[in-house]
Design a protein around this ligand. Structure first.
Ligand code: ADP
Ligand code: MG
Length: 706
């Protein structure tokens, strides 16, 4: 065990240019201005920016920073940054000055041509801009490259189209805030000024030994194993879950937490997950844009710290076939600036009415836009996960739990809800609704969208994907439902009657999206079909949801995406799909050709020689050896044939030019199938060939020996 003891409170946020630092270092007037900019969305003037930039630089230099970087999230899924030094041209005395202006703080101009734009920006129009998102604080990041002042930014094209996750996320946050305030005003709230989506993203990941990782080209190039037979022991024993976290991992988690705390990320819980070598980290929830940034920092930190400790962090959704994959649980709620959570069922019937309306609106949003929500969780890796017996199914449904379900059922069946499940009768009457108890019901791990006390948990997101997109979708679809409800209620003569009728109607119309049963069961698939719920199995089937008329109308109404932006995002996803599968296929070809086939030939040759040696020495029975040799030879033939087919498929895939969707489809139908066909004989060979002769660490080596 490491002995160094530190106080979390002492280090928490020490590398963040947060409110406390601003209050301490900025002139009072400037600080006041910044608070208005951050909390009231005022515009930032250049004079203020200059003062802030100067102080930020001084602060960062004290922390050892030599460079600054606009830190942004292009549509590649990972963060990007361009480092600039604070150093200005040398002066006549040979010394240099360190400078950082307001202009450099608020606007950057990275060469945008190498980031995906899906046709929004031709490569020759390389210009793109990063703009400071001052609601997410700047921070100093320390690594082998030294210390860098990182400034969270949005990334747009020259003509203002969003090329990142941040821009539409901020737009969607404005939309949900505006519509939530409208709704709150209807219920007499005159004090709240803003409503912010709160997000807590739980992150799952695998940890393996780095030495072993380096012997697996598939892990290096694609983040997942492309070959590999299941070990004799898998996760069936359930002995890993919440088991004692091994020392090595414990030391790793300690360092991860320390790094994250310094960056102001409130990493809170850690435990082992269902699969061997799998773990989870959850931060305390934060405002959506901060939470999205923090999730990126968490992923970066998990990888960086692992590297330093001879470990490797795998963030892929499915690093090992047959072993549970990794996801990300996106916990989401709506909280006012004065601390009221709209998803809290509350204690009084009056608040319950507001809560039930919010609930009805969420049901409408999820039911109407199930396809968009599903799309927001689509990435190449998640295709291995959704719908398998481990992650939520590919069908979107909402879990409410017994108690809430009971209220909804009463409303739907009788038009009024008069009692809660505990059997206590509350004052009856058309407009009175029962009180709920938090956590009165069990958890349901199989539901993709579950109500958990005072928040919804969207569990479909892939482990390496940004949580940006799911939150953009959630914020916008719920904003739409709120807007429609407000349009109706603002006109009502008898508000109480109107809201009661609206709640009933929303529950009736969207009850079909509620499912409290086992989401992994076959019956649910049939039942969902009967209910008319979409079952969108793959990423390629999901992408078209982005550009339907329904989606374009939704996003344009709230100024979150234009049609062109949506179309570009769809293009990027098709492109991404084909690219990633192409890399996987080529990696398989490489491994099969250069490692597996030679190793198997060598093994077969040795086996053949020893059979001959035994035969010539005596007439002992060599039928077992011969049988194995026959089997190995047959599988080797299969491997060779499948390899040639895969190579052929890849050649055809690469030749498809221009049409991203068609190329992606070809990769899904032909290349993925050919990859599976190659994997099958190789995995069988792994079970036959001497372990010493196999050219790479096995699943067992990787997941049981960390
Ligand atoms: P659970 O037991 O439901 O998984 P946890 O308390 O472990 O709940 O929290 C899981 C994640 O949800 C954490 O990141 C937590 O900060 C976050 N969370 C808790 N309450 C809220 C809320 N009101 N809104 C958004 N996220 C929340
Ligand atoms: Mg959870």
């Amino acid at each position: 065990m490491r002995e160094d003891i530190f106080n979390v409170a002492d280090i928490f946020g020490e590398n963040v240019f947060n409110d406390a630092v601003m209050r301490e270092r900025l002139p009072k007037k400037t600080y006041q201005k910044m608070i208005e900019v951050i909390h009231e969305g005022r515009e930032l003037d250049l004079e203020t920016a200059d003062v802030v930039a100067h102080e930020m630089k001084e602060w960062a230099i004290e922390k050892g920073a030599t460079h600054y970087s606009h830190w942004f999230q292009p549509l590649t899924g990972v963060t990007a940054e361009k480092h600039d030094s604070f150093i200005t041209a040398p002066m006549s005395n040979g010394k240099v000055l360190m400078s950082f202006s307001g202009k450099e703080l608020i606007k950057g101009e990275p060469d945008a041509s190498s980031f995906p734009s899906g046709g929004l920006r031709a490569t020759f129009e390389a210009r793109g801009y990063t703009a400071w998102d001052c609601t997410s604080p700047a921070f100093v990041r320390k690594d082998a490259a030294g210390a860098t002042l990182c400034i969270p930014t949005a990334f747009c094209s020259y003509t203002g189209e969003a090329l990142d996750q941040k821009t539409p996320l901020l737009r969607s946050m404005e939309a949900i805030s505006e519509q939530s305030i409208r709704l709150l005003r209807l219920f007499g709230n005159q004090t709240s000024k803003r409503v912010v989506p709160s997000v807590g993203a739980e992150q799952e990941y695998f940890i393996v030994d780095r030495e072993k990782y380096l012997q697996r080209k598939d892990l290096i190039y694609t983040g997942r194993t492309l070959f590999g037979a299941m070990p004799p022991k898998g996760q069936e024993m359930d002995d890993h879950y919440f088991g004692a976290i091994r020392e090595r991992i414990a030391a790793y988690m300690k360092d991860v937490n320390e790094e994250l705390w310094k960056l102001g990320v409130s990493s809170k819980t850690q435990h082992n997950e269902v699969a061997p070598a799998q773990h989870e980290l959850a931060p305390i929830y934060a405002e959506a844009n901060v939470a999205v940034d923090h999730n990126q920092l968490i992923m970066e930190t998990l990888k960086k710290v692992a590297g330093r400790q001879g470990l490797q962090c795998l963030l892929h959704e499915k690093p090992f076939a047959g072993v549970n994959g990794s996801g990300k649980h996106n916990n989401w709620s709506l909280v006012t600036d004065d601390g009221i959570n709209l998803l809290d069922p509350g204690k009084t019937p009056h608040e319950n009415i507001q809560f039930l309306l919010v609930l009805g609106c969420v049901l409408q949003a999820v039911d109407r836009h199930a396809d968009l929500l599903r799309e927001s969780a689509a990435d190449v890796g998640n295709d291995h996960r959704l719908g398998a017996d481990e992650a939520p199914p590919a069908i979107i449904s909402v879990f409410l739990g017994e108690q809430l379900q009971d209220v909804v059922t009463q409303l739907v069946d009788t038009g009024s809800a008069t009692h809660s499940l505990k059997g206590e009768r509350l004052e009856t009457g058309v407009r009175t609704l029962p009180d709920f108890m938090k956590d009165a019901t069990d958890r349901n791990r199989t539901s993709p969208f579950a109500f958990t006390g005072n928040k919804f948990e969207f569990r479909m997101v892939g482990s390496q994907d940004s949580v940006g997109e799911p939150n953009i979708v959630l914020n916008t679809i719920v904003a739409e439902a709120f807007a429609e409800a407000c349009d109706e209620l603002e006109q009502a003569e008898d508000f109480d009657m109107a809201v009661h009728n609206l709640i009933k109607r929303l529950m009736r119309e969207h009850e079909r999206i509620i499912f409290n049963g086992n989401g992994y069961s076959e019956e649910w698939v049939d039942e969902a079909k009967r209910r008319g719920l979409p079952n969108i199995k793959t990423m390629l089937d999901a992408i078209p949801a982005l550009t339907t008329d329904k989606s374009v109308a939704l996003f344009e109404k709230f100024g979150v995406f234009t049609r062109a932006e949506l179309e570009s995002r769809a293009e990027i996803e098709y492109e991404q799909y084909a690219k990633e599968i192409n890399i996987e296929a080529k990696t398989m070809i490489d491994i099969a050709t250069k490692q597996i086939i030679p190793a198997v030939i060598q093994y077969a040759t040795t086996l053949g020689n020893s059979i001959n040696t035994i035969r010539s020495a005596c007439d002992a029975d060599v039928s077992v050896q011969t049988e194995i040799l026959m089997e190995v030879s047959d599988l080797l033939t299969d491997t060779k044939v499948s390899l040639a087919r895969l190579q052929d498929a890849v050649n055809q895939g690469v030749a498809i030019k221009g049409d991203n969707q068609a190329r992606a489809k070809f990769y899904q139908d032909e290349v993925v199938t050919a990859m599976e066909a190659l994997r099958a004989p190789v995995d069988k060979l792994e079970m036959l060939v001497d372990k010493e002769a196999w050219p790479m660490p096995s699943y067992g080596d990787l997941i049981f020996e960390v």
